[in-house]
Design a protein around this ligand. Sequence first.
Ligand code: NAD
Length: 367
Amino acid sequence: MVKMKHKVTFIPGDGVGPELSEAAKRCIDAACASAGAAIEWEAFDAGIDVVEKYGTPLPEHVLASIRKNKVAIKGPITTPIGTGIRSVNVELRKALELYACLRPCKSYKGVRSRYSDVDLVIVRENTEDLYAGVEFESETPESKKVIDTVNSLSKKQVRPGSAISIKPISREGSERIVKFAFDYAVKNNRKKVTCIHKANIMKATDGLFLATARRVAERYSGKVNFEDRIVDNICMQLVQRPEEYDVLVLPNLYGDIISDLCAGLVGGLGMAPGANIGDGVAVFEATHGSAPKYKGMNKVNPTAMILSGMLMLRHLGENEAALKLENAVKKVIADGAHVTYDMKADRNDPTAVGTREMADAIIKALK
Ligand code: NAD
């Protein structure tokens, strides 16, 4: 018997986005069908291609659909460099207050990686830090005013003519992301949260993040362990001993960088799913971008998008469909016959299949 249909906003994205999103949608539908669940998709485009029509890369009706449905899945969207157009991905997170970026990085048997037992969860703050977009270009009246003000207030002087990016980190923003990490740990039976920072140098901003994390951690004492690491040190430690870490909580920029590092530990960007979560709204998307050079080639790995769909099914409470989908992905990867070029020992291996064919194999493995 089919249960109530879940309404989900579907944003295909651009570059390789549409082919990956379509592959993920087919796999999600098949997993739902095998578990008696169903999704009603509401599809909308966003990004540079809709600017001419709507005057913005992120039209209001797209946001309205996500606000109404409370759940969306999106393909990657290109951020053109040097056009003045801001990242749709960043704007979406801000507009919907999707303050937590959740990125599980897990080893699957059969994936080509130097590591076999990685099971990390990255919790990245999504709205503050150097991503706040408060920036002043060099040699402008605004940047001059900022520099004059800073120089009048601080013993440390900013060189005239500098470009300025502001790094705001608030107590509230830090508190809610650290709390999210601990709540996730409790709910998912995780043992430890590691707070990552550079508080030895950025005593004000990262210092506040760390102090807040320590305070929040006290509330979970006895349930979840807590420790902190300096960001450069954790880069080395993750490469040497990733199995020692569990849930990582980070400010925005470090979260961005460490996400790619951890994707590398589990087989690359093609393997790294993600979710952007706020109070009552969630948008699921892979960690990777739109890989424009592979656009339309039916070549890149759909796993990250499909596993983002698996996270979405879990979020919707469709645990059976989620488990079936993850198991089907695992089976196809372990079998190794129907995987994309990036999962082969030799990237030119002629037996690599395309995006569509890998999705077909996953759907077959569901049966
Ligand atoms: P990218 O992640 O798009 O690609 C970097 C490289 O990683 C690719 O060339 C490819 O070799 C590999 N790769 C990425 N996805 C893969 C997949 N599914 N399977 C196999 N290999 C894969 O990063 P980029 O080139 O820095 O960014 C391209 C565009 O994407 C930029 O405009 C950037 O702003 C945007 N971007 C969007 C998002 C998002 O939508 N959330 C995230 C990151 C980057």
